[in-house]
Ligand binder design. Sequence first.
Ligand code: NAD
Ligand code: TYD
Length: 375
Amino acid sequence: MSLVFRNFPKYLGCRLKECKVMEFTKAILVTGGAGFIGNHVIRLFSKKYPNYLLVNADALTYAGNLENLQDVEHASNYVFERLDITDEKGVAEVFGKYEISDVIHLAAESHVDRSIENPLEFLKTNVLGTGILLNQAKKSWGNVNGHKFYHVSTDEVYGSLGSIGLFTEETSYDPRSPYSASKASSDHLVRAYFHTFKLPIVISNCSNNYGPYQFPEKLIPLVINNIIKKKALPVYGDGTNVRDWLWVEDHATAIDTIFHHGKLGETYNIGGENELQNIELVRILCKIVDEKLGRPKGSAEKTITFVTDRKGHDQRYAIDASKIIGELGWKPSTQPIDGMAKTVEWYLKNTPWLEHVTSGDYQKYYEQQYKQSAK
Ligand code: NAD
Ligand code: TYD
């Protein structure tokens, strides 16, 4: 029996041992699906919507890790395409091959410190890459209804808050790092395609995520990894900067809600109502990890080291999520203390994952797993 995507006749290959007739109602291009948030989105959609084909398009930069998707990779509604979104021809081919009906666009360079070191990489992927996807969606979909281009963005586009106030969807953009400036540019482009070409878009701007599979260059996994290894815990500046932390699976459910129920042309803020100063957060992590590893109280905290501040370090981010809560009925499911404990447990249980990621071994996985299709 051959694998037939009834609505997608151009895709005739069969990568399953036992092929079956598949009928998909949507073919969603999920860009950046091998990254931290992307793998949670793919996992949720793959399980919840067996009638959607999920095409994970990812360039597998240092931040993309297919080991994050080992539990999903054999699902009959999932395929992986190694694709750089700045490759116009490659993007066109993938749209054609699967008759892409929708896009959930997560692929980006996402680390502020790297954007300070190498801004142009961020402009290329985050701005040009988004432009190429928008252009292809416009070409492929024309004026036909029923499509959606969902752009996943960050609260960092709004700039930095003082000690009071929250970012709403009406807050003026004021990005201050090359990362946030590139994401702000991409948001503007997405809106421009809506207003100029009537491309059916929706945007969300989310606060800082935490949870399983986050690359240990970001604060929470970096601190957990360093505590495990008894290394110093670097806190930038005086540690009073505030972030609003959201459990990553709650971001995935928000994306599901907005993808299905968000109004075209609209923006939705997503946040955890969970503000913490960096130093408070690091102390919480120290306490949890020490307890779980049976180490003496206070041993991790002793290794906190205040280091030179990040250039242009934004003081505070905090989200007013009342629009998505009030209009679409979404709310975060996980309380911060439970979420931090679950996160620590996950990293402690998954030390081989941490080892692979910190040693670079995860980059061999693609070649091993996808030998035949490796480009
Ligand atoms: P990540 O860095 O973990 O993953 C990014 C993924 O994009 C990786 O798999 C990488 O290989 C891929 N990628 C990078 N450049 C690419 C290119 N040129 N072509 C194709 N793929 C490419 O990032 P993340 O934390 O999962 O963030 C995903 C999205 O969510 C980003 O757009 C980010 O701006 C946004 N966001 C993240 C957070 C957060 O706290 N992590 C919060 C709000 C919004
Ligand atoms: P990060 O996880 O890089 O996310 P973002 O910059 O997108 O908010 O950083 C979170 C906060 O933690 C930010 O205020 C910078 C700070 N930070 C440290 O103090 N030490 C570190 O080693 C890192 C990576 C971040």
